[in-house]
Design a binder for this molecule. Structure first.
Ligand SMILES: [Zn+2]
Length: 338
């Protein structure tokens, strides 16, 4: 089932779209959006958007090679496109991209576990949305149990590569869309479940607006699963730049601190604390959400050392979990549209 026509609307006025081979036009406001290899690019809805020179170069190289190349060849163009990219980094990216099946299956497992813990049941299992899908190669495994899916990302070049993957695997129930997660090109109440892995910390500004957009496109009773790295994590370095204790200094100093420690820009990343995460999730979805993190988990395998210790001294469980919760590495949340 291809759902392009059924589900996509103009992200500006939510009017219907007129599909042509290399562009879609809004039937209400007339806004036009380009289409590349069947991926519609809705980022232009923001006036300030313009693709970088690098993106245009890689995009054109991918499109020129698209018909005659395999998925893996396109991946190499995607990651090897620039001369300054070191060989080992290209290899690393390729290996990461080719582990899609296990990545997707793991996320599906995590979501089902949290869903079971929440005690809620999904009303339908029809349409799934994965926000921040990258190349989208893990989507078939993440959306297991659903009839059709949409993979959405801000990276057009990743999605062009992903289109080839879907064609090669003859997967016809997934649509790939390029758009801003704060301005989704979907009408209200279209999705039974939304997944957003490693996304919310990159939505800067507008993390709460992002949650509101997700709520808008969910059906009533639909579920939303996402993760969020903890600002006040004392156990591991900041996961994007691998610098310790970034979260403990004022936000306005973070850029300078990361640059001093690592010589790189911190840029548009905003990690949430457990308080902020609870506040914005509650403000948008109400209080019926479940938040968890890698505390001591009594459903972990019985061989787990922490679990064995706690089983002998049960009073430790409540104490340690209450103590570690605000400073653990990351959180997972499942929320439902009332
Ligand atoms: Zn429009």
């Amino acid at each position: 089932m291809l759902i392009d026509d059924e589900i996509l609307v103009c992200p500006s006025c939510r009017g219907g779209l007129d599909w042509k081979k290399d562009a879609v036009a809004c039937l209400s406001c007339g806004m036009k959006f380009p289409v590349y290899a069947r991926v519609a690019d809705f980022r232009g809805v923001s006036k300030e958007f313009s693709p970088s020179a690098k993106e245009v170069e890689v995009r054109d190289a991918l499109l020129a090679a698209y018909d005659s190349s395999s998925f893996e060849d396109l991946l190499k163009i995607r990651f090897g496109g620039s001369k300054e990219c070191p060989r080992d980094l290209i290899e690393f990216n390729l290996a990461f991209e080719l582990s899609y099946e296990s990545k997707g299956a793991y996320r599906c497992f995590q979501r089902n576990k949290l869903l079971a813990d929440s005690g809620k049941k999904l009303s339908g299992s029809r349409v799934f949305l994965d926000v921040g899908c990258g190349t989208g190669t893990a989507v078939p495994w993440i959306m297991k149990g659903f009839d059709a899916g949409v993979g959405l990302d801000y990276s057009l070049v990743d999605l062009i590569v992903g289109r080839k993957f879907l064609a090669e695997h003859k997967i016809e129930n997934i649509t790939l869309v390029c758009a801003d997660a704060r301005k989704l090109p979907f009408a209200e109440g279209q999705f039974d479940f939304v997944n957003a892995t490693d996304v919310i910390e990159h939505i800067v500004p507008g993390q709460e607006d992002f949650l509101r957009e997700i709520r808008r496109v969910l059906v009533s009773g639909g579920g939303f699963y996402f993760n969020s790295p903890n600002r006040y994590n004392v156990f591991t370095p900041e996961p994007h730049v691998l610098v310790r204790f970034v979260g403990f200094i004022p936000r306005s100093w973070m850029d300078g601190y990361v640059y001093m420690m690592k010589g790189v820009k911190y840029g548009a990343i905003r990690l949430l604390s457990i308080r902020e995460l609870r506040r914005i999730t509650g403000a948008v979805f109400g209080n019926g959400f479940l938040l968890t993190g890698p505390f001591i988990d009594m459903s972990a395998p019985a061989t787990d050392f922490k679990r064995r210790v706690v089983k002998k001294m049960p009073f430790l469980l409540a104490f340690v979990n209450a103590f570690l919760k605000p400073v653990t590495t990351n959180y997972q949340v499942i929320a439902f549209k009332p």
